[in-house]
Design a binder for this molecule. Structure first.
Ligand SMILES: [Mg+2]
Length: 388
């Protein structure tokens, strides 16, 4: 078969306003602030082919796309089905640049394959299931009276999520709270919901020391938390430190959000640094890279857990056995949206996007399987680059 050939690549940066959201003062991440508006930048990629099929991917940060000019010209004129070759060449070309940008290209190429063969990506990969259980993944803690500003507020919101249908709940705690408060939120949510929901804790490296990570981890142990993720300021990357933590705590660790790609993931597993294996389609080489990690982890008997929501996450999860939860987020009791309104077919990844059992379904249309609203993207575009 004569494959479609890549002729042109377009990148759009567009903006989207988050309402009642401001920037957290410590590490500049979105946080609840009534009345505030946070304008955020989002990215969209199109790969055109001589067969008239266009691969589309929306996602990834502007930083990820910064390395695209270093390799994208080498993909022009190549087969759009040569994902494995492009993955390997891009990986080498970007070897000193954290392999940024190759993931988004890979996902648009998978979209092309699905459209060409008239099949959703999860069926091309090999169907395992069509629906996945979700966890409600909170915004970072705030200091507003009606927000996530106290341990009890997190427990109240966990209960609200339970009533919506969630059977798992992940706390992203405050970046700046005292250690006593960090322990208190683990206890308050545990006391209220342990046994009813799987509970997770993800300070994304906020705790100052290894010692602090042990203290909070012991509270997780007491309440039987399902996983404890990136606890302290090593950045989540020290295999040695996390092996030590695993020796000292009962709660399973979830690491590897901050290591990129197959080889680094396998090294960390072999070094006994984690229990659950984090995967991210935008950091780890797209669908091609994530499926490699999923199968490597399967060989070690371990589960992989996708970071963040999105159609690519649903397709991969639907094509693997060894994964437990889809991350729905970020969610907050007073904020209704976290994502721009760019998808059709009623597709969304917000608090109420689950069914009554707490599940989401994999998209069934060809490729990534969800129509993209290019009118919205083009109307809000602030930068547009074409490679041809
Ligand atoms: Mg995380």
């Amino acid at each position: 078969m004569k494959p479609p050939v890549i002729t042109r690549v377009e990148v759009n940066e567009f903006t989207f306003d988050l309402k009642n959201v401001g920037a957290d003062g410590t590490i500049n991440i979105p946080v609840y602030q009534p009345g505030a508006t946070l304008t955020t930048s989002r990215m969209a990629l199109r790969i055109h082919t001589d067969a008239g099929i266009t691969g589309e991917y929306v996602g990834g940060s502007k930083t990820e796309y910064s390395a695209i000019p270093m390799f994208i010209n080498a993909t022009l004129g190549r087969s759009a089905l040569a994902r494995e070759a492009i993955y390997n060449d891009a990986k080498q070309a970007l070897r000193q640049h954290a392999r940024m940008g190759m993931s988004q290209v890979d996902m648009a190429l998978w979209d092309i394959a699905g459209k060409l063969f008239d099949m959703p990506i999860y069926q091309l990969l090999g169907e395992y299931r069509t629906e996945m259980p979700c966890y409600a993944s909170t915004y970072v803690g705030d200091h507003e009276k009606d927000g996530l500003s106290s341990p009890e507020a997190y427990a109240d919101f966990a209960e609200e999520c339970y009533d919506i249908g969630y059977r798992a709940y992940k706390i992203h705690p405050w970046q700046d709270a005292a250690l006593e408060m960090q322990i208190a939120v683990v206890e308050a949510v545990g006391k209220r919901m342990a046994g009813k929901m799987d509970l997770m804790l993800d300070p994304f490296c906020a705790y100052k020391t290894f010692g602090d990570a042990i203290k909070v981890g012991r509270a997780c142990d007491e309440w039987g938390y399902y996983w404890y993720e990136d606890p302290f300021k090593d950045g989540g990357v020290s295999a040695f430190a996390h092996r030590k933590l695993r020796e000292m705590l009962k709660t399973p660790l979830l690491q590897l959000e901050h290591h990129r790609g197959l080889e680094a993931h396998v090294d960390f597993i072999v070094a006994d640094g984690t229990d659950f294996v984090r995967i991210d389609q935008d950091y780890d080489g797209g669908i091609t890279g994530v499926m490699k990690i999923a199968h490597a982890a399967e060989g070690f008997g371990l589960d992989v857990e996708p970071h963040g929501p999105g159609p690519s996450r649903r397709h991969c999860m639907a094509a693997m056995r060894n994964s437990n939860y889809y991350e729905m987020g970020l969610v907050h009791p007073r904020i209704s949206t976290f994502h721009p309104p760019i998808y059709g077919d009623g597709y969304e990844d917000e608090l109420h996007a689950i069914d009554e059992n707490g599940f989401v379904r994999v998209p069934e249309k060809p490729g990534l399987g969800v129509p993209v609203d290019w009118d919205f993207i083009e109307k809000n575009t602030v930068d547009h680059v074409v490679y041809e």
